[in-house]
Every structure is written in C-alpha cells, then in structure tokens.
Write a protein that binds this ligand. Sequence first.
Ligand code: SF4
Length: 66
Amino acid sequence: MPKYKVIFHRDKCIGCGACTAQCPENWSLDKEGKAKPKKLELTSLGCNKEAEEVCPVDAIEIKEVQ
Ligand code: SF4
C-alpha cells in the first residue's frame, strides 16, 4: 500500500530543474522541459519532500495517504 501520494501541478511548472537536482530518483524533465515524476504513489518519501520544498512555484505536493 502506498503511504504517500505525489500531486504534481504540471501547469504551474516552469521547468527550473530544481526538483530533478534535488531528487533525481523520482524527478526528471520531459521533452517539453517540464518536470515528470516517475512514481505518483510512494511507499517511502525518499527525497520527494525535498523536491516539494525546493520547487519555487509549489507545483509539487506530497500528501500522506490516510
Ligand atoms: Fe517544475 Fe518545480 Fe521541478 Fe522546477 S522544481 S522543474 S518548477 S516542478
């Protein structure tokens, strides 16, 4: 069962690459230069919290699944 959910607001993403630098295990940039999460359902946070915190436009939200 996933413990965390990634909510990614792609429309907000400005393609700065901060999340990919902070958390390459789950974030990369797609062909259009927007961020792309590999996984949206997580069993552990890993570096995704840091990716959420570093995003300058709040495009990344990590929610705990209840
Ligand atoms: Fe997009 Fe935010 Fe990642 Fe920058 S840090 S590439 S704005 S999701």
